[in-house]
Write a new protein. Sequence first.
Length: 148
Amino acid sequence: MPIPRPDTGVITSVALDTEWVVVGLANSKIHIFSAITGVLSRTLTGHELGVWAVHLISRGGYWGRGDMDEDGHPDDADVNPDPVVPAALKTALGLDRPRRTRRPARVAGGSQKPSDLCSTSEGWGQPNSIIVSASCDKTLRVWDVKSG
């Protein structure tokens, strides 16, 4: 049996949802597979050293702080449309488009589901899934799954 080496693609992190399986590798690459077919969709390159953490933010979802009205619907009355994200970054990520109004996922007890055990978060209203990766090169990168 061959001994794994970092340059051969040792898996360091994984994130998945119903659409994508994202794999961070010690050789500084990120592989994105279709969760439906299992086929490699894209390889992301850009980190100089190994990728040690990946987080997947699913496409779509609810844009806002997660406040709910009495009926369990998103309460848009006090949502600040630009609380943290600079305008240029909103445009780059596709967050400047009209927000979606899909109901947020719920967990037992009636609270909103902010993330799950698969290193995945509910979307912020963006049209495509986003990956956030962290590397030994001391950088965080934000990737659009469809365009890379």
